[in-house]
Ligand binder design. Structure first.
Ligand code: SF4
Ligand SMILES: [Zn+2]
Ligand SMILES: [Zn+2]
Length: 308
């Protein structure tokens, strides 16, 4: 194969060599290929229905703004579907303000409906404050739990019936590896491309870009002229996830395709766990009533409501 030539159109020069498939792509075919792959992921996992109102969780970073752009193109074909961007202000000084400004400009320039909610309004505390007060867990552990709840509340507020989050392939594989490190069987069986409760106690959650590597999502954002926040969160360096990310990136360079191999292996693990009784029962939190796998949900534990 001539890697200087695009493997798809065979006309244009390839600007990117995708090592895990051994192909080259030109600018036009790269963008189309990413959009087609997201479409395939959505249909393979039956993520969306033609009349869904999708709340897209947007942080102002490359992943979420790319997801919003791709979903905008996909849902155009379905006149009964709706998209609303929801953005959470966690209260991280010197970081989140810039991301929110970028996200707002994106929405306004493209006439996208949006809602912004904050930890301060919803939980009466900013992440910065919480991190100062509670030191047992990493900032990302508090942030992840509260942000998930905040996105759900925002999605309910705008009347959406589905939440789409911008977890890419790297995020999913890092999470899978971290869950294995922690021996967290419940999470191994619950982290999947679509999470839906047959009893509809929570909104369907979908991850349409979960099969796209982080590097290619970033390239898609650049190729599409999307402005996004480039500085990382100040708390990122403190997480175990960050070290897992570096390790997986080194493995991917040495053994292209490693991330996809882990992603597929996790799918097999998940289905085996479900088959052998690893399915988790949902209860209602004794304090806030939200669905949870334990008596008290993580949000209430963090916010100390669990103290009798
Ligand atoms: S890096 Fe951690 S603290 Fe920062 S926004 Fe992400 S999850 Fe929250
Ligand atoms: Zn091409
Ligand atoms: Zn609760």
């Amino acid at each position: 194969m001539n890697l200087l030539e695009c493997s798809f159109c065979r006309k244009n020069k390839a600007f990117y060599v995708r090592s895990y498939e051994g192909i080259g792509l030109c600018h036009r075919c790269f963008k189309k290929n990413i959009e087609d792959r997201v479409r395939r992921t959505i249909s393979k996992y039956k993520m969306l229905k033609p009349n869904d109102h999708v709340a897209v969780a947007v942080s102002g970073g490359k992943d979420s703004l790319s997801l919003l752009t791709i979903l905008g193109k996909i849902t155009k074909r379905f006149p009964k579907s709706r998209l609303t961007a929801v953005t959470v202000d966690e209260g991280i000084t010197g970081y989140r303000d810039e991301a929110i400004t970028i996200a707002k400009n994106h929405y306004k320039n493209r006439s996208i409906n949006y809602a912004i909610v904050s930890f301060e309004d919803l939980f009466q505390i900013k992440l910065d404050q919480l991190v100062k007060e509670k030191r047992e867990l990493s900032p990302c552990s508090y942030c992840g739990v509260l942000r998930r709840r905040a996105i759900n509340l925002a999605a309910e507020k705008v009347g959406a019936n589905v939440v789409a989050t911008a977890h890419n392939l790297d995020d999913e594989v890092q999470t899978a590896m971290l869950n294995i490190v922690h021996g967290d069987v419940t999470r191994i069986s619950r982290v999947e491309p679509v999470l839906e409760d047959p009893n509809r106690r929570f909104l369907r959650r979908v991850k349409p870009i979960c099969e796209i590597p982080e590097k290619e999502v970033a390239m898609y954002a650049y190729e599409s002229g999307i402005e996004f926040q480039k500085v990382p969160c100040p708390y990122m360096a403190t997480s175990l996830r960050n070290d897992m990310r570096s390790m997986l990136n080194r493995m991917e360079v040495k053994h292209p395709g490693t991330k996809y191999t882990i992603f597929r292996s996790t799918e097999k693990l998940r289905s085996a766990l479900k088959q052998y009784g690893g399915k988790t029962e949902l209860k209602n939190c004794r304090y806030c009533g939200e669905p949870t796998t334990t008596d008290t949900c993580q949000v209430c534990k963090i916010l100390k409501k669990a103290i009798p």
